[in-house]
Design a protein around this ligand. Structure first.
Ligand SMILES: *[C@@H]1O[C@H](CO)[C@@H](O)[C@H](O)[C@H]1NC(C)=O
Length: 324
């Protein structure tokens, strides 16, 4: 690597979602509300699944894990973004920036694998119902969750290894609200063509292969469901619709950014909002509000906690709001 006599970049400056000064308070209110909804909605799913023994099944364990990853996805960047809406200068330290890159790929990579695990779970439940209990044992569930975190970790460290050693010597403006790879590698003082290619290969491989696995498993499930027509198949169909909606909304933006990373960067910024804010908020909505078992468990939880008065005022208001 060629040594430059420029000073090393110690911090990066975010250009943020919008350059308009008047819009900042408005965006602050909108995104604070969304972030609060993400925290409440996903915590409610975790609380419901862990407290109701009828929901102690692989599907709901995986759903609760998805909610946990959703909270992580929303939390590594959003509070900083909220803070930045009110700040004059939106800066982040070099280490903070690398940490955000680590997080986005750890959590998003983990979420992709978890979505595949959830599709596999539905595949076994619908196509091999007699063997469901033996195939999706508790041990297999835990292994699937560990694999999703493990794959996320390998994926993120392999990309970060290329990035931390890049020389950053001058430009430090990141045209987004958090550090992500295509935007940050672009700022390095050497030609990053090879590094970009490695990143595209790495992220592209993970997102495309997960996506293909999902397409294959949902296709097999849909073909199986089509040839049967009992009431349980109607339920299976509605679960599938929920899964396929989430998968499309999550993978659409990811594949767009990483498989075509040389697209316009302002488009990328909007898409980044999509997978850091909208997917985490949509998961509870899609998986929960259309699901009878979840709804029943939630109202049971509500009556139990409201009677004993154990739940904090915030959660109580949220539960009451939801009933309206
Ligand atoms: C995640 O899945 C594992 C394995 O099924 C389960 O034991 C654990 O409770 C789940 N985590 C959450 C937050 O629900």
């Amino acid at each position: 690597m060629i040594e430059t006599n420029h000073s090393r970049v110690t911090e990066f400056v975010f250009l943020g979602l919008s350059s308009s000064q008047e819009l900042q308070p408005f965006l602050f209110v909108v995104f604070s509300t969304l972030y609060l909804a993400i925290l409440l909605g996903n915590s409610l799913i975790i609380l419901t699944v862990t407290s109701d023994s009828r929901l102690h099944t692989p599907m709901y364990f995986l759903l609760a894990n998805l909610s946990f990853i959703d909270i992580c996805v929303a939390t590594f960047a959003t509070p900083k973004m909220l803070w930045d809406f009110l700040a004059e200068r939106k800066t982040i330290s070099f280490a903070g920036c690398m940490f955000q890159i680590f997080c986005v790929h750890q959590f998003a990579g983990g979420e992709m694998v978890l979505l595949v695990a959830m599709a596999y779970d539905r595949y076994v439940a619908i196509c091999k119902p007699l063997h469901y209990m033996t195939i999706m044992s508790r041990r297999v569930c835990i292994i699937l969750v560990l694999i999703s975190w493990g794959v996320g970790f390998i994926h993120t460290t392999s990309q970060l290894a290329f990035t931390v050693n890049l020389p950053f010597c001058g430009p430090n403006q990141v045209d987004s609200f958090f550090c992500d790879l295509p935007l940050v590698t672009k700022l390095a003082c050497i030609d990053t063509y090879v590094v970009s290619l490695l990143i595209v290969a790495d992220s592209g491989f993970l997102s495309l292969s997960s996506f293909l696995l999902l397409v294959v498993s949902y296709t097999v499930i849909l073909i199986t469901v089509r040839n049967r027509s009992s009431a349980s198949m109607a339920k299976a169909r509605s679960t599938l619709t929920a899964h396929i909606t989430v998968v499309t909304l999550f993978f659409g933006p990811c594949i767009f950014i990483y498989v075509w990373p040389f697209s316009g960067y302002s488009v990328d910024k909007v898409l980044a909002v999509f997978y850091t804010i909208f997917t985490p908020i949509l998961n509870p909505v899609i998986y929960t509000l259309r699901n009878k078992e979840m709804k029943a468990a939630m109202s049971k939880l509500k009556s139990r906690y409201l009677k004993s008065g154990q739940v904090s005022a915030v959660v109580r208001n949220f539960l009451l709001l939801e009933k309206k």
